[in-house]
Design a protein around this ligand. Sequence first.
Ligand SMILES: Cc1cc2nc3c(=O)[nH]c(=O)nc-3n(C[C@H](O)[C@H](O)[C@H](O)COP(=O)(O)O)c2cc1C
Ligand SMILES: [Mn+2]
Length: 449
Amino acid sequence: MDQSLRATLELFERSGDLHIVEREVDPRFELGAVLSLRGRGATQLFRNVKGSAMPVVGNLLNTREKIARALGLARHDVQPVIIRALDQGIPPVVVDDAPVHDVIVTGEPDIPGILPVPTWFEKERGPYITAGVITARDPETGRRNVSIARLLLLGGNRLMAGIAPTHHLSELLRRAASRGRALEIAVAIGNHPATLLASQMYVDLGHDEFDVAGALLGEPLRLARCTTVDLEAPAEAEIVIEGVLHAEERIEEGPVSEFPGFYVHYGAGHGVRVSAITHRRDAIYQAIMPGYEPEHLLLGGIAIGATTCRALRRVIPAVREVLVTEGGMGRLHAIITMHQPKRGEGKRAIMLAMGQVNLLKLVIVVDDDIDPEDWTQVEWALAARMRGERDIMIVPDMKADRCEPQHEDLTVTKVGIVATTRPGDEGRFEFARPPAEVIERVRREIGMY
Ligand SMILES: Cc1cc2nc3c(=O)[nH]c(=O)nc-3n(C[C@H](O)[C@H](O)[C@H](O)COP(=O)(O)O)c2cc1C
Ligand SMILES: [Mn+2]
């Protein structure tokens, strides 16, 4: 099968979900403004980007519906399919024939001269690569890791990488540094959605995220050997940047936008020296608008939901689905659906979810007759099934992530709410309906299925 970004663009073009922007757009602020204003609308393909011959695509995976379609799935199959992909990966293969090697620029490639990298926000220091899927190898085990981290252009072949200290990529960098070595990286831009989503999975260190991508594709992801570093990157990507991350080269980042939508101050990032840029002859650059924007929220949120659901189900089989909401910034709020939970099991699921994912701050449990994506239904469950004194848990002073907007010394108060029917409630809450056989007959007669 076609493992390129282009396959998805063609799919969206056929379904009317691709909008081609012909007028000239400035990658400095203007392109981001279009993506932000278009929000959850069509994917935007900018054909005429000021200062570059390379087109830019944005808002690719900005709805759950498009993500499902890009993976060839029905919307409600996404989470179970990801869970299966986490359990049964398909390892990648290395191939010789790589479209991403059409053009190879080595030496000290001038990144701003080759790639149309957008500048996103007023107070950020410069342009950021935001859809770069970074591959690196664990210096201890040789195992691969795959994840996204923002890369700030510093001029010429220099970049700054902003990597959370808790992420695997940071751990690999520390392991390399303790051996007195730098860490080679390959950054693939313009990937198949399966690869983008796989890069976001919360898996154990040593679990190759490309195995997950393969399982989502239903076949091994095809990789090509890099030209200047001892790594492999997706052969059908649009662009690959090869380089080296230096732990000791610290660069002050200044304010940077995060998923809550605020500027945050993380301090210094790490320097990168780029040794090669390879790309397709007619490469398309992919940009993901970072911050409180649908695509950024969904990629992380879908991965957190699936990995949390997998962890919970191992212990509590009644758990059906875990939805991480966009209003909760794709990171902080989860809705868990359960099938006939036993007494106290909802609270147990809340404790497990919060223990599992540091970021989660508000967790609501509902029965599986509720669609967690429909907030009105969730609110109905709160109205019909919650008793405050019994069902609301408040856990003060719990460990928080550095991205938590309300944290104090990296702790925050976490809240869990159980809004499920209890054993014994059945007789009390009988739903008033016309007789079932009448509903069925009328459903057929008016053609509603
Ligand atoms: C658009 C986008 C931008 C991201 N930017 C960063 C970033 O700048 N720094 C970072 O540490 N994580 C960033 N992430 C999140 C990581 O890619 C994600 O948590 C990943 O699972 C970490 O994997 P790892 O622990 O294997 O390194 C971003 C995610 C997305 C979708
Ligand atoms: Mn990892």
